[in-house]
Design a protein around this ligand. Structure first.
Ligand SMILES: *Cc1c(COP(=O)(O)O)cnc(C)c1O
Length: 387
């Protein structure tokens, strides 16, 4: 069709993998804590528009984002009356919209609490706030010395401020090396919430993200904020190991990757021994070779660190990336794979026959986190929901 945009790759999102992960998390954390699914950064690259309805179909009714702008995108694709919580930046210009739509949000300064009360009063509404308290992470959070004053204001303005939650964030619960620091934070959180426990209406207490929810039962509390694990990734090898240690069989703690990324071979070419492939002298053919040109590069979210290192799947076999990953192109050596032709399916992430390219494999060559690569996937790659 003339004029129709044809994208050079596609992402597939597995509904059954998502259900598997949510069922697994529910079994792991028990019945009490609510599961709030974190969908910041375009649902960790999965695409908010597709992912939010997928999660709602699995019974999720709480979502969290990093900014008021993200809250607007998520709110626009809700299919039920799920709640949305902003854990990070709230722009003043969005405050009215946020209160109007019943979006929940973190507050971490007295000034913000006063402003919110004033705005909600002028609208004749009640704003739903989560008070984030500083416990040693030194990101955002209200200093503990100001807690008494904050609670006094919240109490005074109770017609316009609803204290929905009381929370903090741990500074790296996914790594054993942060254990000492995290223990201190947890202690501090339990100490500082004491005066709140005397209140008539208890807020939801929440601290844990994926790692802590899985391996620190004492901080599951009333709600857990889970991103990474819902998408089928372990936050770190440490967390995976701890889960394995507590399991009978490794299958019992398996998460399933929700996303797959596919494209097709653009051209197959013969390259004589000693010829260079692509820019510069980064790859010289050690033998007469067949090279598949792939229409994906770092401009499409495929990391440049994969140059001469990554692998893709073609015809059910692994083909090494050779040469530099260009802005919109890369090259795979298919000399050992018979019959590769233009248009053949290429799997960048996911399964093909018995082979698999995992997201973790992207972190092996660089300091990148598995979630870093995902969160950088361009929003314009088409996303399809599959079974
Ligand atoms: C991103 C984030 C989470 C989710 O973390 P995961 O490790 O991906 O589960 C939870 N809480 C806050 C405050 C966050 O910023």
């Amino acid at each position: 069709m003339p004029g129709m945009i044809h994208h050079s790759s596609r992402l597939e999102l597995s509904q059954s993998a998502l259900k598997h992960n949510l069922d697994f998390l529910r079994r792991t954390i028990g019945d009490h804590p609510q599961i709030c699914v974190v969908v910041k950064a375009n649902a960790y690259g999965h695409g908010v528009e597709q992912f939010v309805p997928m999660a709602e179909a699995c019974g999720v009714r709480r979502f969290a984002v990093a900014s008021s702008g993200e809250a607007q995108s998520v709110h626009a694709c809700l299919t039920t009356d799920s709640s949305v919580m902003i854990m990070g930046i709230m722009h003043d210009s969005n405050l009215e919209w946020v209160i109007e739509h019943g979006i929940e949000f973190y507050v971490f300064s007295l000034r913000r609490i006063e402003n919110v009360a004033r705005m909600a009063a002028s609208m004749g509404r009640q704003a739903s706030i989560h008070l984030e308290i500083e416990t040693g992470g030194n990101r955002t959070g209200l200093e503990q010395a100001k807690l008494r004053e904050a609670l006094t204001i919240i109490n005074r303005e109770r017609r316009h401020l609803k204290l929905v939650g009381f929370c903090t964030h741990l500074a790296g619960a996914e790594s054993l090396s942060a254990r000492f620091r995290i223990d201190k934070q947890v202690e501090s959180f339990f100490r500082v919430r004491k005066p709140l426990l005397r209140r008539a209406n208890q807020p939801l207490y929440h601290v844990a993200s994926s790692a802590a929810a899985m391996v620190r039962p004492e901080v599951r509390l009333d709600l857990v904020r889970i991103g990474t694990a819902v998408y089928g990734l372990y936050p770190s090898p440490d967390v995976h190991n701890l889960m394995l240690l507590g399991a009978k069989r490794s299958e019992d703690v398996r998460l399933r990757r929700v996303i797959s990324w596919k494209t097709n071979v653009m051209q197959v070419r013969e390259v004589d021994r000693d010829e260079f492939v692509g820019y510069g002298t980064y790859f010289q053919a050690p033998r007469d070779s067949r090279i598949a040109v792939i229409p994906i590069g770092y401009g499409n979210g495929y990391p440049r660190e994969m140059s001469n290192r990554g692998n893709v799947l073609i015809r059910g076999r692994r083909a090494p990336i050779v040469g530099l990953v260009n802005m919109n192109m890369c090259f795979a050596d298919v000399t050992n794979i018979p019959g590769v032709d233009d248009g053949d399916e290429v799997v960048l992430v996911g399964r093909q026959k018995k082979q698999e390219i995992t997201i973790a494999s992207f972190s092996e060559f660089s300091s990148a986190l598995n979630t870093e690569f995902l969160s950088r996937l361009p929003a314009d790659i088409p996303r399809h929901v599959v079974k």
